[in-house]
Design a protein around this ligand. Structure first.
Ligand code: ADP
Length: 591
């Protein structure tokens, strides 16, 4: 609908412009056509007038011919009639008139130039002809009509022949305009002459002769039949379509019309009366150039407006496109900005979630560690009890030696006490260190130190189970790891190994480490029964344990694997071919 409305204005404008330019072009073409047609019409009128004028005086002169008078005085005298015939024949030949004849007052022709031919007028009565009556009553007669004898159209000039007692007869000159009509037919112009009744008496187009442009009234038709003016001719009306008034109002003698129906070419008619007659000569010019000009005008106006509209629309479209581009760019920027915000929000959420997860994991690690510590607690308590008991004995001894006055022995005992407290302090420090909640901060850790601490925590258990522990670790070998967590992993692996060899005939556990490029490979081997084939795939699943209730939770390996992976490492479980289990840690080395 909007689209339609956008086009409505330009279309209305185009139609208006086309109408205006069409009208202007048409006006111009019409006035040009009229300028050319007017003078040409005048030439035709002048030609016709002078043709008629040539004969105008002839009957008046002949009225005084004594030959005609004498003959009319004695119409029965054959010699006089012959004389008159010869005279009329001669004058007709010289003047070029179609026929000349003399009629007595009763209308009977007594001599005629065409007396010889088959269509002779001699003895014909023309009393009914208006020219005859007019000549007698008015002194002259003029008439255009079809010859009742010859059937040929002609112009009749008649004059009374005066006698001593009024007219003795009438002399008539009939002029044919056929030759002139023929020359008209050869010109490009279409010319027609209408008489006072509106009947086309002359025409360059043969089909238009003796027709009317408008139908005749019945009264007129009857009168014309009486005078036999258009003898035996059916005066049918031409099919005339009058055009819309394309002719400027000032040019009143000009009209547009089509002769021969709506399909006939449109003609511009310029008319003028022929002097000395009641005739009107009409010059008809083809209006095709006018129509052409009108169409050009229409097209020109419409095209101009449509081009203008198109240009306007183009400019508008350009602007709209530019606006759309700006909007798109802004939208893209907004989208990018939104995305950025979403990403950062999401990142923050992830970071938060991650730290939540981390906290949860840390909590789990800590819990597992404390559980392990719980299992170690009795052993550790035992480990502390021994020096405590020794401390008591030594202090008792010191007191006894002091009483006995043996200061040397007192000093000896006190030194031993100091050593023992140092050893106890080391054990509690190791415990504290192990129990500490770590933040998972990788750093350079001496593997030998971590192994020493782990084995210290398991010292009591090792002793109690009678297990030999071997270590083969280069003291300088360092890994990148959180120190507390590394101990946690080692305590777990070594603890499992101790459990495995418990009750075995051979009881040893071996911890070895070697550098392999940028990695450090740590192995925990034992002389235990190894891992059952059915258990192997499930070792690292949470809560998988083969130990009796109260001794194992089934979390040690899961948590150890998690810790190792967090540090970019790997943990694997295997059975040695000679029997016994082998756990391998693949850890990042630190230089
Ligand atoms: P837990 O020690 O509480 O059972 P772990 O995840 O540390 O949990 O160990 C899971 C299981 O793996 C043990 O129950 C045991 O069956 C097996 N396992 C671990 N280490 C050894 C080993 N050195 N020799 C044989 N079996 C082992």
């Amino acid at each position: 609908m909007r689209r339609f409305l956008i086009w409505l204005g330009p279309v209305v404008l185009a139609v208006l412009a086309a109408a205006v330019t069409g009208l202007l072009a048409e006006r111009l073409a019409v006035s040009q056509l009229l300028e050319q047609a007017g003078p040409r019409r005048d030439i035709y009128v002048e030609g016709l007038r002078s043709e008629l004028a040539r004969y105008e005086t002839l009957p008046a002169v002949m009225a005084y011919s004594s030959t005609l008078r004498q003959m009319l005085a004695h119409p029965q005298d054959e010699a006089l009639r012959q004389q008159a015939n010869a005279y009329l024949e001669q004058v007709a030949e010289v003047s070029g008139a179609a026929a000349i004849y003399a009629i007595d007052p009763q209308g009977t022709t007594h001599a005629a130039s065409n007396w010889r031919g088959p269509g002779s007028f001699v003895d014909m009565n023309f009393a009914y002809r208006p020219y005859f009556r007019d000549a007698l009553t008015k002194g002259y007669g003029r008439f255009y009509g079809i010859g009742t004898t010859s059937g040929a159209p002609g112009y009749y000039f008649a004059r009374p022949i005066p006698g001593p007692d009024g007219a003795v007869g009438v002399v008539v000159v009939k002029v044919s305009l056929a030759a002139m009509e023929r020359t008209w037919g050869q010109a490009a112009d279409r010319v027609l002459v209408r008489d006072g009744h509106g009947v086309t008496i002359l025409s360059s187009v043969p089909d238009w002769a003796f027709r009317t442009l408008d139908p005749l009234s019945d009264g007129l038709r009857e009168r014309l039949e009486a005078t036999r003016q258009y003898d035996r001719i059916d005066l049918r009306a031409l099919e005339v379509v009058r055009g819309a008034s394309v002719v400027p109002a000032a040019q009143e003698e000009a009209t547009a019309l089509r002769i021969g129906g709506a399909r006939a070419p449109l003609l511009l008619a310029v008319s003028r009366t022929v002097p000395g007659t009641d005739w009107t000569l009409m010059l008809l010019t083809d209006m095709a150039p006018v129509l052409h000009a009108r169409h050009l005008g229409w097209g020109g106006g419409a095209v101009a407006v449509l081009l203008l509209t198109l240009a306007t629309l183009l400019v508008r479209q350009r602007r709209r496109t530019a606006r759309a581009e700006r909007a798109t760019r802004a939208a893209l920027q907004q989208a990018a900005h939104d995305l950025e915000q979403q990403v950062s929000a999401r990142t923050a959420e992830l970071v938060a979630a991650n730290s939540d997860l981390q906290r949860a994991q840390d909590g789990l690690v800590q819990a597992a560690k404390l559980a392990a510590l719980g299992q170690l607690a009795t052993g550790i308590a035992h480990e502390l009890n021994q020096p405590l008991a020794a401390l008591r004995t030594l202090s008792d001894n010191a007191a006894a030696f002091l009483a006995r006055g043996k200061p040397d022995r007192v000093t000896e005992n006190l030194t031993l006490i100091g050593d023992l407290t140092e050893r106890m302090a080391r054990i509690t420090a190791q415990l504290r260190g192990f129990a500490r909640r770590s933040e998972n901060r990788p750093e350079a850790v001496r593997l030998a130190v971590a192994a020493g601490n782990s084995l210290a925590l398991l010292a009591e258990k090792t002793r109690r189970l009678g297990v030999t522990v071997e270590t083969a670790i280069d003291p300088a070998l360092c890994v990148r790891f959180d120190p507390v967590r590394l101990e946690q992993v080692l305590v777990n692996l070594l603890g499992n190994a101790l459990d495995a060899v418990n009750g075995q005939p051979q009881r040893w556990v071996r911890l070895e480490a070697a550098r392999d490029g940028g990695r450090v490979r740590v192995r925990v081997l034992d002389s235990g029964p190894g891992i059952a084939a059915a258990s192997l795939p499930h070792l690292f699943e949470p809560f998988f344990t083969t130990k009796p209730p109260g001794q194992g939770l089934g979390l040690g390996l899961v948590i150890s694997a998690g810790i190792v992976q967090d540090h970019g490492g790997e943990i694997k479980a295997d059975n040695r071919p000679e029997g016994g289990a082998m756990f391998t840690l693949d850890l990042p080395a630190h230089d």
